[in-house]
Design a protein around this ligand. Structure first.
Ligand SMILES: O=C(O)CCC(=O)C(=O)O
Length: 220
């Protein structure tokens, strides 16, 4: 199956080795340097978001990488724009799993596509993504559950009973592209070692969008 048909059928697709190991080492070093500069390396959630007008040259090069952008075009059309990017850091001190959720809940509006770039090898043991294929065609209810992790909303497990869960282990440099309605979460990091990912989000700028989350964007 092609990546496009897989994405259309399941709501996600993995492109192996989109970035080289050397390039990822550089990207990870830069991300850690930037987080250190703004004193956000050890935030409790492990998450830091940069909007399009906040990214420096090193991040801009990653989110506009021609191979990455080509896949974005293949999946959402000829007029993509970059919206925002975040680092997600799981460690021995931040091992919590991300709960089942749809990203769409947080921004609403037109469809967005995210590219989850593996800055470390991600396995079930160190907290890789888990997805529920085929859920990108409808909105699930989200319920409030107070946590200290920043993920205070989640889809109740009763809504997901009997749906097949796919764990998505990846190598350094692989990229998981997923629809903003694809129900996903991540495993707990039980490894004791750090696990970093960088997640860039895009939309098709030819689609009307009433989301108010973004005030800037980078047309590609
Ligand atoms: O990288 C992770 O642990 C999951 C992040 C995630 O699900 C998200 O930010 O939407």
């Amino acid at each position: 199956m092609s990546h496009v048909s897989e994405y259309q059928a399941t709501g996600f697709t993995v492109i192996p080795g989109l970035f080289s190991r050397e390039r990822i080492a550089e990207i990870k070093r830069n991300a850690i340097r930037l987080l250190t500069e703004i004193d956000r390396l050890n935030v409790p959630s492990g998450v830091n978001v940069w909007m399009a007008d906040q990214i420096d040259e090193t991040i801009r090069e990653v989110v506009t990488d021609p191979r990455l952008v080509q896949v974005v075009r293949d999946l959402i059309g000829k007029a993509p724009e970059f919206l925002s990017v975040k680092t997600v850091f799981k460690s021995a001190g931040k091992r919590f799993p991300s709960p089942w959720h749809q990203d769409w809940f947080y921004w609403k509006g037109s469809t967005k596509l995210s590219a989850w770039i593996a800055l470390d090898k991600a396995t079930e043991e160190n907290g890789c993504l888990k997805m529920i294929p085929g859920t990108h065609t409808r909105v699930f209810p989200m319920r409030n559950k107070e946590t200290e992790t920043g993920f205070n909303r989640q889809i109740p497990s009763s809504e997901l009973e009997d749906l097949p869960v796919q764990t998505v282990p990846v190598e350094i440099g692989d990229v998981v592209f997923f629809h903003d309605l694809a129900v996903h979460g991540s495993h707990e990091n039980r490894s004791g070692a750090d696990r970093w990912s960088l997640i860039a989000t895009y939309r098709d700028r030819s689609e009307p969008d009433d989301s108010t989350v973004w005030n800037s964007s980078l047309p590609l």
